[in-house]
Design a protein around this ligand. Structure first.
Ligand code: DC
Length: 226
């Protein structure tokens, strides 16, 4: 059967990655969390005390760092590795969420990440979630979904995720972070977060994960069988 590229873009914490992972599992497709890549670059810059405006040093850093994903044998969870060291939990911390949008505006960072994403998806059969997959990374993706949800609902979901990992963050702080990231992600010059003209809108405020997954799978059926 023809293999597709499925692009799931949208605002932070709308359930993009949960939906994308489930869709990939049903279709036996690869799953790529592109946000994790920007988070890994941010972690590297912070840990090496590289200023976000030191462009020559950032370019050098992009040559030094190697981002990969491996599936955990027992849990099946896809985990991010930075220079062959597992960093999955570290990249989800609030200090990274607070800095990642500033790193994602840097054109050399975007060019390097987009090139790697395009390499990973070149054989198709992949579900990618991010901000610019349907517009920049794979403008020819057969299925494009743009997810949005009420900011308070998104913040509550994020609060639960962080709490499950032992990081207690007040709801107002999370709402502020989401608003800030939405603003920076949507207004940056280089491949800003925006809905591709041919992306279908999915508002997840009042629907369950199963409904989100079914919605995407229906689009996949339509793309495959008309
Ligand atoms: O999906 P996430 O919240 O883990 O993404 C973290 C940040 O990375 C997000 O605020 C903006 C950036 N990002 C991006 O600029 N382009 C992508 N394709 C994915 C994420």
């Amino acid at each position: 059967m023809k293999k597709l590229v499925i692009a799931i873009d949208g605002y932070s914490s709308c359930g993009k990655s949960t939906t994308a992972k489930a869709v990939a599992a049903v279709l036996h497709y690869a799953y790529l969390d592109t946000g994790a890549m920007y988070r890994a670059v941010t972690l590297y810059l912070l840990e090496n005390n590289i200023s976000f405006d030191d462009l020559p040093r950032i370019e050098q850093a992009l040559h030094e760092l190697h981002i990969s994903f491996r599936r955990h044998r027992r849990t099946g969870r896809n985990e991010v590795y930075l220079n062959d060291k597992i960093r999955e939990d570290d990249i989800r911390q609030m200090r990274i969420s607070n800095a990642v949008s500033e790193v994602s505006v840097i054109p050399v960072v975007r060019h390097a990440m987009v090139a790697q994403q395009q390499r990973i998806g070149r054989r198709r059969g992949v579900v990618m979630d991010g901000r610019d997959i349907g517009t920049t990374v794979f403008p020819d993706a057969e299925v494009k979904v743009f997810m949005t949800a009420d900011v308070e609902v998104r913040a509550r979901r994020r609060e639960e995720e962080l709490a499950a990992k032992g990081e207690i963050v007040p709801l107002e702080v999370i709402i502020e972070n989401l608003r800030k990231r939405d603003r920076i992600d949507s207004t940056r010059a280089e491949s800003p977060l925006r809905r591709a003209a041919d992306a279908v809108l999915l508002d997840t405020t009042h629907i369950t994960i199963d409904e989100q997954v079914d919605f995407v799978l229906e689009r996949v059926s339509a793309a495959l069988f008309g």
